[in-house]
Write a protein that binds this ligand. Structure first.
Ligand SMILES: *Cc1c(COP(=O)(O)O)cnc(C)c1O
Length: 361
């Protein structure tokens, strides 16, 4: 069977080139006579895989010297706890609530200290990013937390909040490597890789060195202490080895494509095709305030639940998969990550045009 255009929010589409390369190395990775899945994480071959992956990521994001790159497990959700456990020295943190993921992160942090929700867009179903130019940042906040791209609602911080000197912590799961970023503005930038980088099971944490300390909350498990993993180069225990290997291939693919400037150009071009269509459509409409639109996740509706369901079903029959919106919002959502080719977006828009003609009285 042919491959489909997969618009899933995550786990999500990966570059076909990467999948083919991995398939070619499945039984015998570069003369080792074994798959990467079967090899020791202490072997020379794996050491080269993880070192190269880290260096390529550093090159792509121009990560400053005073930041560590950690390859961890537990998904993005485990970071919701790991962040307060490691950073809450004063037991106070400020959270900006722009969707379900930020909400969950704030609720988790509340187990460890005082959480101030200093801004929110919940009043209008998270369809925008609140003004973050002059926030009531708490005097004693250990950090300010954002979810930079809201996978479910399709909004993105196009400008980082003014944290008034406090450490910024950002969940970038669904916009990781979609465009260049200035890492030096963040204390921690982290993401589950299954949205834009690799297979589920690996989470990447980019953390400023001064935030890596032994001074963590009492009772913090060894495995949830950043220092454990930083000191061991992500090899304290068995890392998500196969996931790291695929991430490494995606980093090399991104470099071959021309790096993050070029990805940004492509992502803007792809998103424009879809947003321009939505803005002109008489049947479909986008659900997000224009200035805050994500380049990665594009939610839209017809306004009629039954028609939405039929659209999703007929799109699937046409080879356009996983267009159903998140269960908490309904409607549709097209996730158009780095690996979604322009042709996939064009095929989606062509299908939407056809559906619109057939269904407008
Ligand atoms: C998917 C997602 C998560 C949750 O990731 P898990 O790896 O499943 O824990 C968290 N934050 C954002 C922004 C996401 O898109």
């Amino acid at each position: 069977m042919e491959r489909v255009y997969n618009f899933s929010a995550g786990p999500a589409v990966l570059p076909e080139e990467v999948l083919r390369e991995a398939a070619g190395e499945m039984l015998n990775y570069r003369g080792t006579g074994m798959s990467v899945m079967e090899m020791s994480h202490r072997s020379r071959a794996f050491e080269e895989i993880i070192t190269t992956a880290e260096q390529d990521l550093r090159d792509l994001l121009k990560i400053p010297e005073n930041y560590k790159v950690l390859f961890l497990q537990g998904g993005a959700s485990q970071q919701f706890a790991m962040i307060p456990m490691n950073l809450m020295k004063n037991r106070v943190a400020d959270y900006i609530i722009t969707g379900q993921w930020a909400k969950k992160a704030a609720a988790e942090a509340e187990k460890y200290g005082k959480v101030n929700r200093i801004a929110s867009s919940e009043d209008r179903t998270f369809s925008y990013i609140p003004d973050c130019s002059d926030l009531p940042v708490s005097e004693d906040a250990d950090y300010v937390y954002i979810c930079e791209n809201n996978t479910i609602y399709g909004t993105k911080f196009h400008q980082l909040p003014d944290t008034k000197g406090k450490t910024l912590v950002a969940d970038v799961s669904s916009c990781f490597l979609s465009e260049p970023a200035d890492v030096s503005k963040y204390g921690i930038m982290y993401g589950g890789v299954q949205k834009n980088i690799g297979p589920a099971g690996t989470v990447i944490v980019i953390i400023r060195e001064d935030l890596i300390t032994e001074d963590v909350l009492p009772g913090t498990p060894t495995m949830l202490t950043y220092k454990t993993h930083a000191d061991a180069g992500s090899l304290y225990n068995t890392p998500p080895a196969y996931g790291i290997y695929i991430c490494g291939k995606v980093f090399q693919w991104l470099k071959r494509m021309g790096g993050l400037e070029e990805m940004k150009r492509r992502n803007e071009e792809k998103a424009k095709i879809l947003y321009d269509f939505l803005d002109a459509s008489r049947l479909f409409k986008g659900t997000v305030e224009k200035k805050d639109r994500s380049l990665m996740n594009v939610p839209f509706v017809t306004g009629d639940g039954e028609l939405d369901a039929r659209f999703v079903k007929e799109a699937k029959e046409a080879g356009l998969e996983n267009l159903k919106g998140h269960r908490s919002v309904g409607g549709m959502r097209a996730s158009i990550y780095n690996a979604m080719p322009r042709a996939g977006v064009e095929a989606l828009v062509a299908f939407m045009e056809k559906f619109e003609k057939e269904n407008l009285a």
